[in-house]
Design a binder for this molecule. Structure first.
Ligand code: SF4
Length: 295
């Protein structure tokens, strides 16, 4: 099943967003009519590759944007998906702000039946850093309240996604502690730490947010005690830059065409389970951080 980008509008302007700049303005770029989306999905279910993706047979749907929850027909779309594809796991990628609205939350919870994950981007425990990243005043309060509401009322899973880069890496420990404290007592949550991708808006901001994978990995290892007991995932890391004990948390989530195995990967015993390097990262910064694992 595909990644479905519901539309291109977003009410945040994140520095590390991988969408093109036009995505955050208020003019839709194309036809994002919900009927069209549903028609496409019906064709896809019949086996027609309408999304021009590698027609993989994975049984899940990711709903992305822009910010999908702002689409006027968002709830109707979720209702349709859940009715037609009741067994398929759905993940909604969101900035979480809409969930601070109780009315929206109540409607969402009534239609978004499990298996369903709400994945909320969270940037920092600190309001100043958070809003420096989103570019929007008071987005911090709305996101925090949104997460709180999801944790309290939603029966599916809650994933907190922290995309790390130069602006928020230093305080990652405090951010994790904040979330741990905040989500204590709620069962179905996990934290995914993601090294930022260089594409779209983040490509334009690449100097401002520059962070090496090895620095990211070192920081994560340095806070291993804080991470203990958390349902953790790590995205976009080559296994050799991670400490041995962290490798089990790494996932391969990027398509083949967006990553590369360099000459250092030849003969590496971890290659089969490894993401390799993000292609754009390799083009800009090379592969000096990689180490062939032989035993
Ligand atoms: S050398 Fe290549 S295959 Fe081996 S762990 Fe590093 S990135 Fe992965």
């Amino acid at each position: 099943m595909p990644d479905i980008s519901l539309w291109n509008i977003c009410n945040n302007k994140c520095v590390m967003c991988t969408n093109p700049k036009e995505y955050s303005n208020s003019n839709p770029l194309g036809n994002y009519d919900i009927k069209t989306q549903i028609k496409k999905l019906k064709l896809y279910i019949k086996g027609i590759n309408v999304y021009n993706s590698n027609f993989d047979k994975k049984n899940y749907i990711n709903i992305t944007g822009g910010e999908p929850t702002l689409h006027p027909d968002f709830l109707r779309f979720i209702t349709y998906l859940r009715k037609e594809l009741s067994e398929i796991p759905i993940t909604l990628l969101t900035n979480g702000r809409s969930f601070s609205n109780e009315k929206f939350l109540t409607k969402f919870v009534s239609v978004a039946k499990p298996p369903f994950t709400v994945a909320v981007s969270f940037h920092s425990y600190d309001k100043k850093t958070f809003e420096k990243i989103t570019g929007i005043k008071n987005s911090y309060e709305q996101t925090v309240n949104g997460i709180k509401n999801i944790a309290l009322k939603f029966k599916g899973e809650l994933e907190i996604r922290i995309v790390i880069h130069k602006l928020n890496i230093k305080e990652l420990d405090k951010t994790i502690l904040f979330l741990k404290d905040f989500l204590l007592g709620y069962k179905n949550w996990r934290i995914t730490i993601i090294h930022y991708e260089i594409e779209g808006i983040s490509e334009k901001n690449k100097r401002k947010i520059y962070l090496k994978l090895s620095k990211s990995a070192q920081k994560i290892y340095s806070i291993k005690d804080i991470l203990k007991g958390i349902n953790l995932r790590l995205y976009h890391f080559p296994l050799c830059v991670l400490n041995k004990n962290l490798r089990k948390y790494a996932w391969i989530t990027l398509p083949k065409e967006e990553r590369i195995y360099t000459y250092k990967c030849k003969g590496c015993k971890l290659k089969k389970k490894c993401l390799g390097l993000m292609k754009r990262y390799y083009e800009l910064y090379g592969d000096a951080e990689l180490k062939t694992i032989r035993e």
